[in-house]
Every structure is written in structure tokens, then in C-alpha cells.
Design a protein around this ligand. Sequence first.
Ligand code: RET
Length: 280
Amino acid sequence: MLDTATAAATRLAQPDVLLQTETSAVEILRNDTVLSASLWANVALAGLAILLFVYMGRNVDTPRARLIWVSTLLVPLVSIASYSALLSGLTIGTLEMPAGHALAGESVFSPWGRYLTWTFSTPMILLALGLLAGTDTAKLFTAITMDVGMCVTGLAAALVTQSYLLRWAFFGISSAFFLVVLYILLVEWPDDAARAGTADIFGTLKVLTVILWLGYPILWALGTEGLALLDVAITSWGYSGLDILAKYVFAFLLLRWVAGNEDAVATAPDSATASAAADD
Ligand code: RET
């Protein structure tokens, strides 16, 4: 009898526990102006970027240039959805870090929605870059699937609380996927871009992408998810700053070039690469 009553009481108490966890992440966000400003800044910039990019692409009409334009436009579109979800409390939470972590046993703010939405935004960046380089479908598929692998295992690294070692194991797996993406960006696509006649702009965007993307794992390692040398608000501003450069500035440069050089990207990738390979 007593057992049944205790079990019922436990069941009744459970939703409260869940609600409490959710509320506390939202409360952390509400009480930390610097932290919430790091998210609001991106909502505002993503909104401006969407309007600007729609305007910049108004006269783009060849199919491949349009595909580059749409994939570029999707970057701020995913971003505004991502940051709104973080701000609404839907994709944030608190996690109890495992033994070994600098904040072990403490309830740590986790904006896990960031890592989730990279799964949708980063493939768009790579699609636009790959099309710009005139690469073939196999290389494009490889870059995008490895990138998705990087994001999903990065999300696992952020969410795992069973063991500190396991967090770093997922960090390692994610980094291995990332290395493949870096290889394609640094070794494969520059050759394709040279053949496609887009080497200059591709070179600029490649350097920007590689340097900025390297910032993300470094920030993860130094931030609250990893060694916790940086606090929650600084980590969040770090990601927001990287996002501003890796998404809006990158997308602006790409779109400005595509709008002015539509003919240079008009050829289909596979046929362009195949004919160039046949010429070699
Ligand atoms: C994580 C941690 C695990 C190891 C690695 C990472 C790399 C993340 C990268 C993110 C890029 C995000 C961008 C978002 C734009 O919307 C997941 C931080 C390698 C490279 C450009």
C-alpha cells in the first residue's frame, strides 16, 4: 500500500522535475544579458542577411547560379530558425557534467540546438562552395555526408554525460569527419575550381571557411562543453562571432560574386569535370 502510494507520488513528481530542468535553462538565459545578446545579435543579422540576399539574387536566372543562390540563402534562413529556437528555450537545457569535467556535478547550460542546426546549415555552405568549384557529384556527396557526420557526432559530444572520456571520444570522431571535409576543401576542390575558372573567388572563400571552421572545435575544447576554460556567455559569443563571419560575411561575398559572374558558374558540374578530365 505504502509502496503504491510512493510510486504514484514519484510518477506525479516526474513532470515537475522535467519542467524544473527546462525552466532553469530558460532562467539562466533570461538572467544573463550578455548570453542572450549573443543570440539576439544573430537573429537580427540573419534577418538583415535574408532581406539583402533576396535582393542580391533578384536577377540570377541560370539554373546552377540559382542553386548556389538558394543554398546560400538557406544559411541565414536556418540560422534565424536556430537562434529563435535557442531563445525560445526549445533547444536549450542543462546537463550535469560527468566526473573529470571541470564543472563535474554542476548543472551546466547547454545550447544543444546549435550543434543540431549545423547539420542543416553547413551542408548548404558546402553545396554552394562545391557548385562554385564546379566539382562532381561524388565529391559533393562525400563533403556533405562527412560534414553531417561531423555535426551529428559533435552533438553527441555535447550531450553525453555518462563519461568525460566519451565526450572527448565523440569529439575525436567528429574531428575525423572534419578532416575529410578539410581535405576536400584544401586539396580536391581547388583543382576543380581552377578548371572551372573560379579559382580566385574559390581561393578567398576557401581560406575564410577553413580558418573560421577551425575555430569551432577550438572553441568547443576551450568552452563549457570541453575544458571549461571559458564561461557560458564567452563561449556563446565565440560561436555567435564565428557564425557572423562564417555565414553572413561568407555568404555575402559568395553571392556578390555569383550575381556579377553568372556565366562562369552556368555549366553543369559533372559534364564540366568530365570534359576537363578527358582533355588531360
Ligand atoms: C565540433 C565539436 C566536435 C569536433 C568538431 C566540431 C566542429 C564544428 C564545426 C562547425 C561549423 C559550423 C558552422 C556553422 C554555420 O552555420 C562539433 C564543434 C570538429 C566545424 C560553419
